[in-house]
Design a protein around this ligand. Structure first.
Ligand code: NCD
Length: 316
């Protein structure tokens, strides 16, 4: 299988490529918590994170994934960089190219920013979230977590709840889940779930009970206040009252349903504290899997272990 130069979204990956990345992540996962297993297979790779939006999980797990595989990793602090002096995105990317950076992980509020960068520089570009468009590594870690818990995707019912319109996590998950054979239901208030998303092959509802009924997986989403241009609901307490997931909803789901959330969670808004900390929650396993998935992605883009398992560095 030919590896791609960049990872910009799930939309353009095949089911085969997704499954290969999940299998690679499974092989890398023991290295997350067992330092003795870490190696230096990416010692010839230099990676930089370029985050124009806030992040805890995505940025740190990319840096750690690189570190656990022996890569050279650096974060460019945007607020103290020359971006603050007016340097453009492409000029910033070309500057990192000139320094020998092989992989850039970018997060930006503009949809299409990762693609723009990828088309103009030599380094491999990973989309760490571009506006409301895509967040491929989040979806991959979500798929990995579902695969671990459910064994396959065939005919699973996945309910994704909340601010669907503004969620890059929902979009990337929809692309991945539908490619792998799962049934996806998107639910939220009518102002946050456009009916035109149905063309992506999903079910849309504004009824939370209907969405959760017989679900194998329930995924909550944070309300993306930073992307909302108007007031789409009266107040957060009212949103929580009508749309917050709590224990009373669980009787509708399958008895072994798991509860997921990409984080950061606003406790008591999209999900109750009891559910976040309860035994159905896989929110922290998702975080652990996030490091494993990012190790797999870095190896894939470095062409290490993706095809043959050989230690071949062939990036540019
Ligand atoms: C998500 C993001 O940034 O899109 N967070 C993450 O990467 N874990 C979700 C969010 O911010 O709500």
């Amino acid at each position: 299988m030919q590896t791609k130069k960049d990872l910009l979204g799930i939309k353009n990956l095949t089911a085969e490529e997704i499954l290969m990345l999940l299998k690679m992540a499974k092989a890398e996962k023991p290295k997350v918590k067992n330092p003795m297993l870490r190696d230096d297979s990416l010692r010839q790779i230099s990676m930089a994170t370029l985050f124009y939006e806030n992040s805890t999980r995505t940025k740190l797990s990319f840096l750690l994934a690189g570190d656990y595989l022996g890569a050279i990793t650096n974060d460019l602090n945007i607020s103290t960089s020359s971006v603050a002096k007016g340097e453009t995105l492409i000029d910033t990317g070309l500057t990192l190219d000139s320094m020998g950076i092989n992989i850039i992980v970018i997060r930006h509020s503009m949809a299409g920013s990762a693609k723009l960068l990828a088309e103009n520089i030599s380094a491999a570009v990973v989309n760490g979230g571009d506006g409301s468009n895509e967040h491929p590594t989040q979806a991959l870690l979500d798929l990995f977590t579902i695969w671990e818990h459910k064994g396959s995707f065939d005919n699973l019912k996945i309910a994704i709840l909340g601010d669907i319109n503004n969620s890059r996590v929902a979009r990337s998950n929809v692309f991945g889940l539908t490619k792998l054979g799962a049934n996806v239901t998107l639910a939220g208030p009518a102002t946050l779930v456009s009916s035109n998303i149905a063309h992506l092959g999903v079910t849309i509802t504004n009824d939370i009970t209907k969405a959760i009924s017989d679900a194998d997986v329930i995924m909550g989403l944070r309300v993306q206040l930073e992307r909302q241009k108007a007031a789409y609901f009266p107040s957060l307490p009212e949103y929580a009252n009508f749309w917050g997931l709590n224990e009373s909803h669980l009787k509708y789901a399958k008895p072994d349903a798991i509860i997921m959330h990409p984080g950061p969670v606003n406790r008591g808004v999209e999900i109750s504290t009891n559910l976040i900390d309860g035994n159905r929650s896989v929110i922290y396993p998702q975080v652990e899997n996030g490091v494993a998935i990012r190790m797999a992605v870095l190896k894939y883009l470095s062409n290490v272990g993706a095809k043959t398992g050989e230690n071949v560095i062939k990036l540019l």
